[in-house]
Design a protein around this ligand. Structure first.
Ligand code: ATP
Ligand code: PRP
Length: 216
């Protein structure tokens, strides 16, 4: 029975390689250099499909992939329908933060009940965060480079991922609120888990053991 695993290129692929290795799976090609979207492995019955990070839950939800690895940010925005999420892999760790341009008095704006323009790729997370705080916001949906928005007057604040803080610093922004800790999770198609249990469970066990090493 063929097992299809959905992964995105870049940090998720890189950080998943040791987990795949623990399950005895080695990709036949590097998606960074290959233009192929379906990549075979040393295992005749295991293949990888390379998709955009935010598309991973969709492929798994509809059963086009049996397993996938996606960030908590992406999973919250997707909503998680049809997905079993058995494992936090503790890879691609970062924080979802609110950030503003240096010099912008965020606390004062919030205190005075100002309506804030917030640019983000994560509208659901942002909306829920500001609703919890009782702050009125206009969400401006972007697909990347959020850090630019406050610099050119598109937004007062951004909601974005922060790891080292270098991107904020390079663009004269500062984090003012921590919303969530983010890491990537294994997601499994609920029907596939039942139908392909014997194939999926050993992979799940190997990932669980290998990802325990990623914990602090
Ligand atoms: P898409 O291609 O769909 O726009 P993306 O460019 O956000 O997605 P990646 O940059 O590969 O995709 O990020 C994949 C996941 O890695 C994110 O969903 C998030 O969970 C995590 N991540 C993003 N930025 C960082 C970072 N700077 N450090 C650590 N993890 C990160
Ligand atoms: C992510 C995120 C920030 C940056 C933060 O972008 O959107 O811009 O990382 O990381 P830092 O705090 O270590 O600087 P990414 O590197 O994924 O670029 P992309 O959104 O263009 O893929």
């Amino acid at each position: 029975m063929t097992l299809t695993i959905a992964l995105s290129k870049g940090r998720i692929f890189e950080e998943t390689l040791p987990l795949l290795a623990a399950a005895g799976i080695t990709p036949a090609e590097d998606p960074e250099s290959s233009r192929k979207l379906i990549i075979g492995t040393n295992h005749p019955d295991v293949r990888l499909v390379i998709v955009r990070a935010s598309d991973v839950p969709t492929y798994v939800q509809y059963g086009a992939a049996d397993l996938g690895i996606a960030g908590r940010d992406v999973l919250i925005e997707h909503g998680g329908a049809g997905l079993y999420q058995p494992l936090d892999l503790n890879i691609a760790r970062c924080r979802m933060m609110v950030a503003v341009q240096n010099g912008f008095d965020y606390d004062e704006a919030v205190k005075h009940g100002a309506r804030l323009k917030v640019a983000t790729k994560y509208p659901k997370i942002a909306r829920e965060h500001f609703a919890r705080k009782g702050v009125h916001v206009d969400i401006i949906k972007l697909y990347g480079s959020m850090e630019l928005a406050p610099l050119v007057g598109l937004a007062d604040a951004i909601v974005d991922l922060v790891s080292t803080g270098n991107t904020l610093k390079a663009n004269h922004l500062s984090a003012v609120e921590h919303i969530l800790d983010i890491s990537s999770r294994l997601v499994v198609n609920q029907a596939a888990l039942k139908l392909k249990y014997a194939t999926i469970q050993p992979v799940l066990d190997a990932f669980a053991a290998a990802s325990a090493d990623n914990r602090e």
